[in-house]
Design a protein around this ligand. Structure first.
Ligand SMILES: [Zn+2]
Length: 218
């Protein structure tokens, strides 16, 4: 590493590590591997997190816990097969006491359903959020998924603009410009010759040149 100002770690995909909970952030970090090694996110995901964080800070003083996103370079986790493309993130359920530890939905003395529902609603209101997996049936908009009792899983989509013209290119578009010109020329020639040649009792003739009767055949 060259000397200088430390910059945010970046992986081979060009994904940055989630900033490890600056002092005034609305979130804290947890997850495996430690120290952000499992928190490399697609730029679209990071911007969702920053947006949700801002919305959340406006209504609540507690920090929410951000867990696994993806590992540097995107290898699979031992436990789950998602979390490889940087478009998923795990978020802890909220606690009444605001401590930065886990809480299960089966611990009614600490599990803050109302706050968790609000946080999930903020995520779901973002247009990039595809689905939220969480097992509390009293929270609106979530899908239940095995193992999601103390954290919810957020999937986001990335908007991709397709140019329809190049989505399924015709063979003509695949050719180089020179070959395109040539193929147009040969097509024109072929079609003209098809139109003009016909078979007559005299033989193959074109429309332009009428068969000339020779003097001897008269
Ligand atoms: Zn997950």
């Amino acid at each position: 590493m060259p000397d200088g100002i430390p910059i945010q770690p970046k992986d081979s995909r060009g994904y940055f590590m989630l900033p490890q909970a600056p002092e005034d952030a609305g979130y804290y970090v947890y997850g495996t591997p430690l120290h952000g090694a499992g928190q490399y996110g697609h730029p679209a995901l990071l911007s969702v997190l920053f947006w949700v964080e801002r919305e959340w800070r406006a209504i609540d003083n507690r920090k929410f816990g951000v867990g696994n996103i993806s590992q540097a370079g995107g290898p699979a986790y031992a436990k789950h097969h998602s979390h490889m493309n940087g478009l998923q993130v795990d978020i802890r359920a909220l606690r009444f006491d605001g401590q930065q530890t886990r809480v299960s939905r089966f611990e009614p003395d600490q599990y803050d359903r109302t706050a968790t529902a609000k946080l999930i609603a903020i995520f779901l209101s973002h247009p990039s959020v595809k689905q939220v997996l969480f097992n509390d049936p009293d929270i609106h908009g979530v899908r239940s998924w095995e193992g999601h009792d103390d954290h919810f899983h957020v999937d986001i989509r990335v908007a991709v603009k397709w140019n329809k013209k190049f989505y399924l290119p015709s063979r003509w578009f695949c050719l180089s410009a020179a070959r395109r010109r040539k193929s147009l020329f040969t097509q024109r020639r072929r079609s003209r010759s098809k139109r003009n040649i016909r078979f007559t009792p005299v033989g193959w003739v074109t429309n332009r040149r009428r068969p000339r009767m020779s003097a001897s055949s008269r």
